[in-house]
Design a protein around this ligand. Structure first.
Ligand SMILES: [Fe+2]
Ligand SMILES: [Fe+2]
Length: 359
């Protein structure tokens, strides 16, 4: 039989006859019942073992409403922004040190800068670990992309902060037990909601607040300029929390929601103790704890507000929790060196609860 190419070279009639012959052959083959495939033992073994795959093949099957699709778009954008704005930590730090003629810090500020930013250093490591865990565990593609971009940023934040502290003449060792508790509590969270709430919404916003205050204080020009780079990155990381948490929180049972509330309260308790431990150093740098708390609440309030909006509004319990926490902050932070007795602290608590919430 002529090959199709030979047929194409001949007359039209000849070519059609040849092609008819070929299609006849094909349909005969297709109509003939194919022999039952022989399932080998190895095939059965592979199928059985693949029941519990670590590859989330269902990741593209997830149904999305319009709101969720929009949030997923934002998460994808977070990844691409992370790639576009990635900065070379070695080059930036070297350039800033050269521009400012070295690290210049007043001797009375050096210890406070080192101690506060050692807490930040270990916080960056915790953020790196958590974002890497999220990149492994989150199923939707866009959320996984955003977490992966964050892990890349946090690695840079960690090594640059270490290099900065070394250039400051400080060798990191350990941090106070309260700040360590905050980080360990977040690192030890078993639920994805707790990890995201703890790191992306609470710790990232606390870090953003400290960065803004220290940057504005200009106690050390290299650090002030370096923190601008950190702040841009951290703002994207908060975005991962606000855009993805609603997806997870909508799936929570009432019991899980209550556990989440309890987790947040535990974290706030230790974060308050950590801030109390840092208070004297912040005061040395010209940063008053109540002002820092006020600013932190505004930043955190915006992040939570964005999340509540996706969840259909802020729950009524949220306002009372915030009022209670304002009372605690007022009682715990009367000011450095200000002696207040127990009735005085109680009065401060009540006034704090009654005070209007920051907007
Ligand atoms: Fe960071
Ligand atoms: Fe971060």
């Amino acid at each position: 039989m002529a090959s199709p190419s030979e047929a194409a070279a001949g007359s039209d009639g000849e070519a059609q006859a040849v092609f008819r012959g070929i299609t006849d052959d094909v349909s005969r083959v297709a109509l003939e019942p194919s022999p039952a495939p022989e399932v080998t033992v190895i095939e059965k073994l592979a199928t059985w073992q693949s029941r519990h795959s670590k590859i989330p093949f269902e990741m593209f099957d997830l149904a999305r409403d319009a709101d969720e699709a929009r949030r997923m778009d934002k998460l994808r954008h977070i990844y691409h922004r992370g790639q576009d704005l990635a900065w070379d930590g070695r080059a930036v730090l070297a350039e800033l040190i050269a521009t400012h003629g070295g690290i210049r810090v007043a001797p009375e500020h050096a210890g406070a800068v080192a101690r506060v930013f050692e807490i930040i250093l270990w916080g960056e490591l915790a953020a790196w670990k958590i974002s890497a865990e999220l990149a492994r565990e989150l199923v939707p593609l866009e959320a996984r992309m955003a977490a992966t971009a964050q892990a890349h940023d946090e690695a840079r934040h960690f090594y640059v902060m270490y290099d900065y502290l070394r250039a400051l003449g400080y060798t990191p060792t350990r941090i106070d037990p309260y700040s360590q508790r905050v980080l360990d509590l977040t690192l030890g969270a078993r639920s994805l909601v707790h990890k995201l709430l703890g790191m992306q919404l609470m710790l990232e916003t606390i870090a953003l607040t400290i960065f803004a205050e220290v940057r504005e204080s200009r106690v050390e020009p290299v650090l002030s300029d370096l923190l601008r780079y950190y702040e841009k990155d951290e703002a994207r990381h908060v975005g991962l929390g606000t855009q993805f948490l609603p997806t997870l929180m909508k799936q929570q049972t009432p019991l899980e929601a209550a556990e989440t509330m309890l987790f947040q309260l535990r974290l706030v308790f230790w974060a308050t103790a950590s801030l109390k431990a840092m208070e004297a150093d912040l005061h040395t740098l010209g940063i008053a704890a109540p002002r820092l708390i006020e600013r932190g609440k505004r930043i955190q309030g915006r992040a939570y507000g964005e999340m509540w909006q996706q969840l259909g509004g802020e729950p009524p319990s949220s306002e009372w929790i915030n009022r209670f926490l304002s009372g605690v902050d007022a009682a715990v932070f009367p000011g450095v060196g200000v002696a207040v007795d127990l009735p005085g602290r109680l009065r401060r608590f009540v006034d704090g609860v009654r005070a209007p919430l920051p907007t």
